[in-house]
Design a protein around this ligand. Structure first.
Ligand code: SIN
Length: 587
């Protein structure tokens, strides 16, 4: 077996000494649904305590409050809220999508606490779509029920973000620092959290690198989309939280399970960065995938056809692209909003247009801005990176291995997603597990620790390695993987470690974070010699529950990445045999 490179990585980001210092009891890093829910709930718990001694909560966010992934979420938030639906059915769909790699207890927490958490979001002021006074619920891939609540048609994340920001702005005890990139954790002599270093752009006295001393940190910093050339994630998704946790000694798990959304609008081979998502809810409303001959290719592939779990659809699209030697397939939603057999006249076109304008206004306008009118045109689609199912390992209360460090949302690996996240479970995960963190954190607050000196190690990499890194990850660690390609990617990535940046700055720090996460991800993908969920190995096309059921955990020890395999039995067959729908038909 050939060896793979084992480069020395910096255990801290090279940065100047903090030029300013401040204090807050709790620092929440990130301002999407996970971060703002954590901040609001922790603040409320602290205020409600009899011994409230004015403890403070600070939210730090890399850009402005609504610049993260939550804002872009289209489809919605899944919870068993509809007639006939139950948490058990939601559990079953989550476990099946997760392809045996979910944590059953975590999934049960998610589906059982989900409905109350969504109702609480409504009570907070989130305006979900209703029809005749009843909450509208739709369906997405892998769901056997209509259980996706949505807002503004396809602007669910933006509406949730709006409501949460309004609530945070109305909470005087929560301080917000925008344009603040979290660099590294500060720890005390016991190894627990004592603070975090930040780089802030242009906030008066808090400008440049500084330190916030604190008693707990909640990582809610989102995903890793910019590891790949094309992603649905915004530019801020550079894996900063995962890399910070790795450098601090926390474990990262399931990194190889990167979800590629099947229907991302194809804008051309050279299009990079954030790409337009065409929500799965469009297929939930009846749109279908077709190839270049006009044939529907999802029928016969899965009992749910075009609404099969995401990994199944992404693989089917990729296979058809290869068979037809085309860079994309097509999504046909032209018939939506009018009877299937309606003549193509002005009335039909009006009905279709009205449907698209009401149900998918964001997608309609995005498509039109790229010269495609979904009312009359097919939409070109191809899979692109969408979601990291893995992340920083937590227990059922968001605790990591480091005392005082919690993680939630896409940055975390709570165990609910396994090898493939079920559609619209991500907003729910952030919501449910942030509420849980708030239940335990105030009672576990550590006493103030003295931060150990922040040892500086040179080794951040030049920002201009980023395109090469993204090309290596997209070409060899993307939808379809094999051993030779993964080894080559690891070799290419390892050479980038030596491309030391001549000076520090946001671009070099972000690129170093991307590189550390990429090395860990590609290593885990190489180690998983099977195909499972979103991890697709052409050299190991079958799932292997004998040798491969379990998790690959990655840590940084003595500045080198170390991986450990933790076996655990497959969970996708648990408790599903006796599930029966209310109509009496076996699901
Ligand atoms: C979508 O609307 O298709 C995305 C929803 C999700 O990622 O769960």
């Amino acid at each position: 077996m050939p060896t793979t490179p084992d480069p020395l990585l910096p255990g801290r980001l090279t940065a100047p000494e903090p030029g300013w210092v401040t204090r807050s009891d709790v620092v929440v890093i990130g301002s999407g649904i996970a971060g703002l829910t954590a901040a609001l709930r922790i603040d409320a718990e602290l205020r409600a305590r009899a011994d409230d001694d004015g403890a403070t909560v600070m939210v730090v966010t890399k850009d402005v409050l609504n610049a993260g992934s939550t804002q872009w979420a289209q489809g919605g938030i899944a919870a068993a809220l509809g007639p006939g639906d139950t948490p058990e059915q939601h559990e079953r769909d989550t476990l099946v999508a997760g392809a045996g790699a979910c944590d059953l207890e975590a999934v049960r927490v998610l589906v059982n606490e989900g409905p109350a958490a969504v109702r609480e979001l409504i009570a907070l002021g989130t305006r979900f779509d209703h029809h005749d006074g009843v909450l509208s619920l739709t369906r997405e891939g892998g769901h056997h029920r209509d259980r996706i609540a949505h807002a503004g048609g396809d602007a669910t994340g933006a509406e949730i973000q709006r409501a949460l920001i309004a609530a945070v702005e109305a909470a005087p005890s929560i301080e917000v620092i925008q344009h603040a990139l979290a660099l590294d954790l500060l720890r005390d002599a016991d190894g627990g959290v004592a603070g975090v270093t930040l780089h802030v752009i242009g906030e008066g006295q808090r400008d440049g690198v500084g330190a916030v001393h604190c008693r707990a940190v909640v990582l809610a910093s989102g995903g890793i989309g910019q590891v790949f050339s094309a992603s649905t994630n915004p530019a801020v998704s550079t894996g900063d939280g995962m890399a910070l946790a790795l450098r601090a000694g926390a474990r990262l798990r399931d990194l190889e399970f990167v979800q590629f959304h099947p229907t991302v609008m194809y804008l051309g081979a050279d299009s990079s960065g954030q790409q337009p998502l065409i929500s799965e809810a469009v297929r939930g409303e009846g749109a279908v995938l077709v190839d270049f001959d006009g044939g529907r290719f999802m029928q016969g592939q899965h009992e749910l056809a075009d609404l099969a779990p995401r990994d199944v659809v992404a693989k089917a699209i990729t296979r058809r692209m290869h068979e037809q030697d085309r860079p994309h397939m097509w999504l046909d939603g032209r018939h939506l909003g009018a009877p299937a057999d309606a003549p193509l006249d002005a009335t039909t076109l009006e009905q279709r247009t009205a449907f698209w304008e009401r149900r998918f206004p964001t997608i309609l306008s995005t498509c039109r801005s790229h010269g495609v009118d979904p009312v009359v045109d097919l939409i070109p689609v191809a899979p692109a990176e969408h979601y990291a199912s893995g992340g920083v390992v937590t227990d059922l209360w968001g605790r990591t291995d480091i005392p005082g460090l919690y993680a939630t949302g896409e940055a975390a690996c709570s165990g609910v997603h396994g090898a493939n996240r079920l559609a619209s479970n991500s907003l729910l995960e952030g919501l449910v597990f942030s509420r849980r963190i708030a239940q335990v954190l105030p009672g576990e607050l550590r006493s103030w620790g003295a931060p150990l000196p922040d040892v500086r190690v040179p080794g951040i990499v030049r920002a201009d390695v980023r395109p090469g890194l993204q090309a290596a990850m997209t070409g060899r660690v993307g939808v379809l993987r094999n051993e030779a390609g993964l080894r080559q990617a690891l070799t290419e990535l390892a050479t980038m470690v030596d491309e030391v940046a001549p000076e520090v700055g946001v671009a070099a720090w972000e690129t170093t974070n991307l590189l550390q996460v990429s090395l860990a991800l590609a290593g885990a993908a190489l180690a998983r010699a099977e195909t499972r969920g979103s991890h697709w190995r052409e050299d190991h096309p079958e799932r292997d529950d004998v040798a491969c059921a379990g998790h690959h955990d990655t840590t940084l020890a003595d500045r080198r990445l170390r991986r450990e395999f933790r076996p655990s039995p497959a969970t996708d067959t648990v408790g599903t045999a006796d599930l029966v729908s209310t109509e009496g038909a076996a699901l």
